[in-house]
Design a protein around this ligand. Structure first.
Ligand SMILES: Nc1ncnc2c1ncn2[C@@H]1O[C@H](COP(=O)(O)OP(=O)(O)OP(=O)(O)O)[C@@H](O)[C@H]1O
Ligand SMILES: [Mg+2]
Length: 277
């Protein structure tokens, strides 16, 4: 990776993009939709550093390969999971891991909507966010989006790494359309990989875990819970999410994707039948 820039805060992310990063990429042959996606992702991640990180500086690194562009946005602030844990009153960074998969989870609702990480992570071919001892990876290429969780302790700040295809499979517009349906084109649909919480927590058993999973999802009219990679659910967890939460949030259509046999059985047990594959 080559250092494209190292800048003190505050900065205007639009200016940094236009003056520094876009020309750097253009000189290396990036254009079209790849440039459009890079512009969105880099601007959003720079905005996050400026507004949320409390870092003194930001470093942007890049590399252009034959098939893809690699960009890293690195800060030395509080870390995304610590920031979310504090802002959302969670017990710590581990509990915050699932929050970046939901969308509309922001610690500054008067100035932000909680869209940047959600859309950036879904439009990249590969997107990884590391902070506070956790690294969460989003991979495109199969539906639903695959999420991986690894433990990587002892780092300060947040590092976002992304790979953007030179010939993207989906345009930025298509990704927005998927989660912002017609005719209102508002962000009303989300899909959450429940596996991320299972990996963070070890298992999905309790009512309090289910309450954490569902927190904030009432802001959507359509929620797809993707159970790929989850073998089993506890009865309390399933009852809390699929009976209690569902009954108290009738305005949200709750759907299930990729339920394994053990999950399906528990969903039936608590009276939830409407599943799609
Ligand atoms: N670099 C960072 N350092 C610390 N916290 C961060 C960082 N990036 C994101 N966050 C935290 O993650 C939350 C979600 O970020 P995201 O970009 O998805 O939404 P947002 O910035 O709040 O809203 P929007 O992107 O729509 O303006 C932020 O509200 C903030 O709490
Ligand atoms: Mg943001």
């Amino acid at each position: 990776m080559e250092t494209i820039c190292r800048l003190p805060l505050p900065f205007g992310e639009d200016q940094v993009w236009i003056d520094v990063i876009q020309p750097w990429l253009a000189q290396r042959g990036i254009d079209g939709e790849a440039m459009n996606i890079a512009g969105y992702v880099v601007s959003e991640m720079l905005n996050n550093v400026r507004d949320h990180s409390a870092s003194a500086d930001v470093v942007v690194e890049g590399m252009v390969g034959a098939q893809a562009v690699f960009v890293h946005v690195i800060d030395h602030g509080v870390g995304v999971f610590r920031r979310l844990a504090d802002g959302l009153r969670l017990t710590g960074p581990r509990e915050a891991v699932i929050e970046i998969a939901k969308g509309k989870r922001t610690t500054d609702p008067s100035q932000h909507t909680g869209q940047g990480i959600f859309f950036a992570s879904r439009v990249c071919e590969w997107f990884c966010i590391e902070a506070n001892g956790y690294a969460v990876t989003f991979e495109e290429g199969q539906e639903p989006i695959h999420l991986e969780f690894v433990n990587d302790a002892g780092r300060v700040g947040t590092t976002v790494k992304c790979r953007i295809a030179q010939q993207p499979r989906r345009s930025l517009r298509q990704v927005f359309d998927e989660y912002c349906p017609q005719p209102d084109i508002e962000f009303t649909r989300t899909r959450v990989a429940v596996k991320l919480m299972a990996l963070a927590d070890g298992s999905l058993i309790s009512r309090s875990q289910a309450r954490r999973l569902m927190a904030g999802l009432e802001r959507f009219t359509e929620v797809e819970l993707d159970f790929a990679g989850v073998a089993e659910l506890g009865q309390g967890f399933a009852d809390e999410a699929f009976r209690v939460w569902r009954n108290t949030h009738p305005g949200t259509d709750l759907r299930v994707l990729n339920a394994a046999e053990g999950v399906e059985r528990m969903l039936r047990h608590v009276g939830f039948r409407r599943t799609t594959q």
